[in-house]
Design a binder for this molecule. Structure first.
Ligand code: NAP
Length: 259
């Protein structure tokens, strides 16, 4: 299997585990299963405590765990500096994080404040650019950067509002980054994941309706799982996808193709 994946022993940074439901935790489990070295970044101390519990319950050993708040340039710089000093070469980064103020998801989109818009963009979109810039000096063997997007980047989904616009910017950033970093053999892609019940999803008031609509209308007539998103993330990090960059890859039971 590793002849195909070429990921065993590779150093992969996973950002965004808040609890066992996090997409990033699904990705981490899959990476451990194939023998990658997994380095975690977390923001809140509460997330660190959850992560440590999850790791010990699963019997996994992280290569390194460092704090990183993507709203702060200095924090991202320090985090990747520590990672680089510890592992030398970074082969992959999984950027699985986003945030917007609750009121900007509850109010009509037209009511979005300047500061709420800037905050959602900063946390959910600009953070990918800053992360790629800080990871790049350590990605000396090339590698793969993967971020998580959502269909709300392309279509109006009731209640996704400012986050939809942030995801649209994220998807465009993936393409510009793919162009910039391609000459260093660093690939940049997004996984557009179907709806999954996580802590972040709680902020979307219409989330239950979205899940039902997908179940009724998606070609596969069901929602996707954390494991399915993780498996495609593994493919996107691995040698199997070596010819793929700048893509938005849907893992959504086919829902996005429907009219
Ligand atoms: P989650 O478990 O709540 O994870 C979100 C993560 O973002 C948390 O670990 C949180 O860390 C982190 N985060 C927020 N602000 C941060 C900051 N300033 N600095 C560093 N980390 C920060 O939710 P999730 O659903 O797995 O979300 C992961 C990604 O998948 C997001 O980009 C989300 O938009 C995307 N996505 C989710 C779905 C879905 O239906 N769930 C579908 C498509 C795409 P702290 O808790 O420590 O702050």
């Amino acid at each position: 299997m590793d002849d195909l994946l070429k990921i065993k022993g590779k150093n992969i940074v996973v950002m965004g585990v808040a609890n066992e439901r996090s997409i990033a935790w699904g990705v981490a489990k899959t990476l451990f299963a194939v023998g990658a070295n997994v380095i975690f970044t977390y923001r809140k101390e509460r997330s660190l405590a959850k992560l440590e519990k999850l790791l010990s319950a699963a019997g996994f050993e992280a290569k390194l765990i460092v704090q990183c708040d993507v709203n702060e340039d200095e924090s991202i710089h320090e985090a990747f500096g520590k990672i680089g000093a510890e592992v030398g070469t970074i082969h992959g980064v999984v950027h699985s994080l986003a945030f917007a103020h609750a009121e900007d998801l509850k109010n009509d989109f037209v009511e979005t404040t300047r500061s709420g818009y800037a905050f959602a963009q900063d946390t959910s979109s600009y953070s990918l650019i800053a992360t790629a810039r800080e990871a790049r000096p350590y990605m000396t063997d090339g590698g793969s950067i993967v971020t998580m997007s959502y269909l709300g980047a392309q279509r109006v989904l009731d209640g996704y509002n400012v986050m939809g616009v942030a995801k649209a910017a994220l998807e465009a950033s993936v393409k510009y980054l793919a162009f910039d970093l391609g000459k260093e053999n660093i690939r940049v892609n997004a996984i557009s994941a179907g709806a999954i019940r996580t802590l972040s999803a709680k902020g979307i008031a219409s989330f239950n309706t979205i899940l039902t609509q997908i179940e009724e209308n998606a070609p596969l007539r069901r929602n996707v799982t954390q494991e399915e998103v993780a498996d495609m993330t593994l493919v996107t990090l691995s040698n199997l996808s070596r010819g793929v960059t700048g893509e938005i890859i849907y893992v959504d039971a086919g829902y996005n193709i429907m009219g």
